[in-house]
Design a protein. Structure first.
Length: 439
């Protein structure tokens, strides 16, 4: 009986505990459901907020893009307007003349005659045919053996129609030229042999048959050609020697110049300037430097077609460099140039900036008559001239035409041995213009 009571008591206790556990389970489930529901609601709210924020972000991005497009469009429009103004200003500033075209046009108008002594040189043959076809010269003569020149022209596919060929050895002018050359060199002693250089007419003829450059120079001297161009094969010294011996100089100095095309009309004459001497006289004295200045002025008038305005350069302006010999040399040369060519507009000694920049001229050389008008520059020596023209050519992207020889009684020109056919054509045109403008 006791056992039965205990068992009953346990069951009763278990029954009492079961509802409590069941109630706890129910409450836990309810709580879990409630938590899930709350989480879902929160998630839904967050999702809504996120979507709204995303929409706002997209909207803002769209607005920014629209604004950016407007800004870009405005900037582009302004940029185009600025670019147009800048291009117009640049075009206005850089408008000048085409020097090469101008030389070809003038040569065609002058119709002078040309001799090319290197007649059996390939580029020279091609250039001769081109000069004739473009009517740049009235007549072009090649010197050399006819059979050799004609065979070479045929192999090059070049027509020599209209081109004269003269073989110095068989020329009808040889006797005349030999006599003239003998008279020119009579009494001159060959330093190597201490004997007469040209003892008789026969020796004069033999020399001219051997040296085509001298034969060509004799053609120019006697008026059988108006100009001569060489150098595709011959050295500059050989051309100068022939020119000095036979043609002679206007003064006592032969020199050179370069025509510099600056492609900027604010410099010189419509962007063109004469630089001299950059190729011939290494260390001119005052007499030679004054000759170079006068010759450069003539080159300016002949090639640029304008009145020359010459600046004689130094590292000193109006005595600022003191009494050093290089300064005194240029000062003396300026004085001599004024005496030789009183009508030539020339000033010196001037530093480069004082010569070329008006505001600097006013400071360093107030009252200079060449202020703001310089189109011709004369360097104090060959080092300065050669360095100067090459710096301008490379740094300012200028075109340099030359060297053009000046100071001779009649025009001759030198070529670089690396010249092209077009180089020969243009140099020939320049030389023919020199011949035409001299009359």
């Amino acid at each position: 009986m006791a056992t039965s009571k205990k068992t009953t008591a346990k069951k009763t206790a278990a029954n009492k505990t079961a509802p409590k556990a069941s109630a706890k389970k129910t409450t836990a489930k309810a709580t879990a459901k409630s938590t899930k529901a709350t989480a879902k609601k929160a998630a839904a709210k967050n999702s809504t907020k996120t979507k709204a924020a995303a929409k706002r972000t997209v909207a803002n991005a769209g607005a920014k893009k629209t604004a950016a497009k407007k800004t870009t469009a405005t900037t582009a429009t302004k940029s185009k307007q600025t670019s147009k103004k800048s291009a117009a200003a640049t075009t206005a500033k850089k408008s000048g003349i085409d020097f090469t075209a101008e030389m070809l046009k003038k040569a065609q108008a002058y119709q002078k005659t040309l001799v090319l002594p290197e007649g059996d040189e390939e580029r020279t043959i091609k250039a001769a045919a081109k000069i004739v076809s473009k009517k740049i010269a009235k007549k072009v003569t090649l010197l050399g053996e006819r059979a050799k020149i004609e065979a070479l022209a045929k192999s090059l596919g070049v027509s020599l129609a209209g081109v004269d060929i003269i073989d110095p050895a068989t020329s009808e002018w040889l006797d005349e030229f030999g006599r003239i050359y003998f008279e020119m060199r009579q009494g001159k002693i060959d330093k190597k042999t201490t004997l007469p250089e040209i003892p008789d007419v026969a020796a004069g003829k033999a020399y001219l048959v051997k040296d085509y450059l001298s034969f060509g120079a004799m053609m120019v001297h006697t008026g059988k050609a108006d100009a001569m161009v060489s150098g595709a094969r011959a050295a500059t010294a050989d051309l100068l020697r022939a020119g000095l011996k036979i043609i002679g100089t206007e003064s006592s100095t032969a020199s050179s110049c370069f025509v510099m095309d600056m492609h900027d009309s604010s410099w010189g004459h419509k962007g063109l300037m004469i630089f001299s001497d950059c190729a011939v006289v290494p260390e001119p004295d005052a007499e030679q430097l004054s000759d170079i200045a006068v010759a450069a002025g003539k080159s300016c008038k002949a090639l640029l077609g304008c009145e020359p305005v010459v600046a004689m350069l130094s590292f000193s302006t109006k005595g600022s460099g003191g009494k050093l010999p290089p300064v005194l040399l240029v000062q003396e040369a300026v004085q001599k140039a004024h005496e030789k060519a009183p009508a030539l507009l020339l000033d010196g000694e001037l530093q480069s900036d004082a010569a070329l920049v008006p505001s600097v001229t006013d400071t360093k050389a107030p009252g200079s008559p060449i202020r703001g008008k310089v189109n011709t520059i004369v360097f104090p020596n060959l080092s300065a001239g050669n360095i100067g023209y090459k710096l301008v050519q490379r740094l300012a992207h200028a075109d340099a035409y030359g060297p053009v020889l000046q100071g001779f009684k009649k025009p001759i020109s030198d070529l670089s041995r690396g010249c092209s056919v077009d180089d020969i054509v243009v140099t020939s045109a320049i030389t023919l213009v020199q011949a035409g403008s001299a009359q």
